[in-house]
Design a protein around this ligand. Sequence first.
Ligand SMILES: Nc1ncnc2c1ncn2[C@@H]1O[C@H](COP(=O)(O)OP(=O)(O)O)[C@@H](O)[C@H]1O
Ligand SMILES: [Mg+2]
Length: 337
Amino acid sequence: MSGHILEIQNLRTDFSIAGGIVRAVRGIDLFVDRGEFLGVVGESGCGKSVTMLSVMRLLSENATVRADRLAFDGRDLLRLDHKKMRRMLGDEIGMIFQDPMTSLDPLYTIGNQIMEPLKIHRKMSGHEARKRAVEMLDLVGIPSPEQRLKQYPHEFSGGMRQRVMIAIAMSCNPKLLIADEPTTALDVTIQAQILELMKDMQEKFSAATLLITHDLGVIASTCSRVVVMYGGLIMESGDVEDIFYRPAHPYTIGLLSSISDAADTGKKKLSPIPGSPPDLMNPPRGCPFTARCDFAMRICAASRPALAETVPGSGHGVACWLRDTRAKLDGTGVTAR
Ligand SMILES: Nc1ncnc2c1ncn2[C@@H]1O[C@H](COP(=O)(O)OP(=O)(O)O)[C@@H](O)[C@H]1O
Ligand SMILES: [Mg+2]
């Protein structure tokens, strides 16, 4: 069986809205290896969540999802019916979202919410599920798990609720955990604890983890490989060292200089990238970063650069005309502004 637990080829997701069509994801190739910790990073609105929700088919009715291939654990997701997909979620694929309060049901106890999927997916008896729930709460660092099982979500702090979400997501021993901005709503100290817990769980359960975040700082402490998204496309991908020490795309370099450092008390002056992301109702023809890029050439606006490896076989991919010698040779490599 291939090393990839998740494979995405040429994913395109559109939304029909009153004013037209939002081209949220515009041709993405991505894979997650078994057991690896992959980070997907990019500013808000660049298509990170839509990419993952497309894979899990959790999008609203106005969405159209197309792809050359979507496969989980070797199975073709494009052919899977809705029922089978639902069964896979929460069982083989665990999910954690930004706001645990919206994912947890306020009307049911925490115990109920951990036990339910175990009864459904793992066919556990009430007694077995309860035992497992206590174990899981203990594992994610919730003190007095027996008592905590009987409590409701509002009786937990934000960080504790996210721990509960992790317990739920991991309880069925998923092959893939998808975490979408899991620490964004938390303060920095709690954020670091939750990331550490996720890393811990990934190792303990050997589950592949896909972490979506707008914050490169979060990536540095957890991920081994990184995909950088912008304007519904992938700008750069590679090992965490490639991205942090040898960034090749001006967008990645811009993100790195605007990074927030948890250990930093705000003394360092952050320099966010000037300008704003493109309007995905009228996406740019060429590289979506052209309008904000200090190095933009005429060809950047005219046509989309392919994602190509910086060094063949390195796994470090960059979609940028600056890396393409043809751009300079054919006379189009003239700085645009
Ligand atoms: N249900 C929807 N209807 C219309 N547009 C949407 C919908 N969901 C997301 N979008 C648009 O798709 C783009 C990508 O969104 P998203 O994937 O949520 O970004 P992020 O990278 O912040 O997770 C944004 O322009 C967003 O406005
Ligand atoms: Mg998002």
